[in-house]
Write a protein that binds this ligand. Structure first.
Ligand code: IPD
Ligand code: CA
Length: 262
């Protein structure tokens, strides 16, 4: 697909507006915890009524506005194409279901498999990240940039976890980060994890397997903030997920070795 700068600008503004509106819908559920209708998709894999409602809203509006684009969502699936929206209606669902504000709505747009637009709305934190490839990134309208940290001995590293990977592999990775002198945390939202590298709240994010909807927006946000991101969309990344490493450029080679992710 060949897209003009005007096509992209239109999509960025539309996605920004829709993510903000979706944030209001999600916040409505979040503020009435008894309305969440929490169920489990599997062990430690949470689902609420809000996930479906937010995805249905975004999918319907994007399809109406851009009928030639395809949409992939965490809950409803979908087909990849050379102009594809990749949505996570609620990322950090376990936090959402427990009343923790660290969750977000993630809207990414890829052109010819290249992450091109990234919007992450975290309404309970009153934060909106907006990025477009080659056009920069903002948080609530202010430019953001990754930290200058180049020494693992000072690095604050987020390590994402899911039950899709044997827990021992995760524990081993934590051990290697501490052994190298780093410090780690886990906040429970991969999408916000990449945003937090972008605005220097952390210096790196790594996860041994993550799905495309978790990071499609965050990849653009982190790269536009000057971050280094592994080649997540190689191979079957869109349909099956991949490992991800995102960090300051100066930490990339050391963290690649520690995590085994390149
Ligand atoms: C999960 C979160 C978590 C990450 C997992 C994801 P969900 O998504 O992003 O932080 O470590 O890999 O599956 O279930 O909250 O949408
Ligand atoms: Ca997710």
């Amino acid at each position: 697909m060949s897209v003009t700068p005007a096509d992209l600008m239109l999509r960025r503004y539309a996605a920004q507006g829709l993510a903000t509106e979706a944030g209001r819908i999600a916040l409505g559920y979040f503020s009435r915890q008894e309305s969440l209708g929490v169920t489990m998709k599997g062990a430690q894999d949470w689902l609420t009524v809000a996930d479906g409602a937010v995805e249905d809203f975004l999918r319907a509006r994007l399809t109406e506005l851009f009928p030639g684009d395809t949409v992939i969502g965490e809950e409803g699936g979908g087909e990849a194409s050379d102009a594809v929206w990749i949505l996570d209606p609620i990322d950090g669902t376990a936090n959402f279901a427990h009343g923790d504000r660290t969750w977000c709505i993630s809207v990414g747009f890829l052109v010819n498999r290249e992450p091109t637009i990234g919007i992450v709305a975290a309404p309970a934190l009153d934060e909106l990240y907006v990025a477009q490839r080659g056009q920069g990134v903002t948080l609530n309208g202010q430019k953001i940039a990754v930290s200058g940290v180049d020494d693992i001995g000072r690095a604050y590293v987020e390590l994402g976890w899911s039950p899709r990977v044997p827990s021992q592999h995760y524990v081993d990775m934590i051990g290697r980060v501490y052994a190298a002198g780093g410090a780690m945390k886990r906040s429970g939202s991969g999408a916000l994890g990449l945003c937090h590298v972008a605005n220097a709240r952390t210096d790196a994010y790594a996860e041994l397997h993550i799905n495309a909807w978790d990071i499609a927006a965050g990849v653009v946000i982190a790269r536009e903030a000057g971050g280094w991101v592994s080649d997540f969309f190689a191979g079957d990344g869109i349909s099956k997920g991949n490992p991800i490493l995102c960090c300051t450029p100066a930490l990339a080679s050391q963290l690649s070795e520690i995590t085994g992710i390149s």
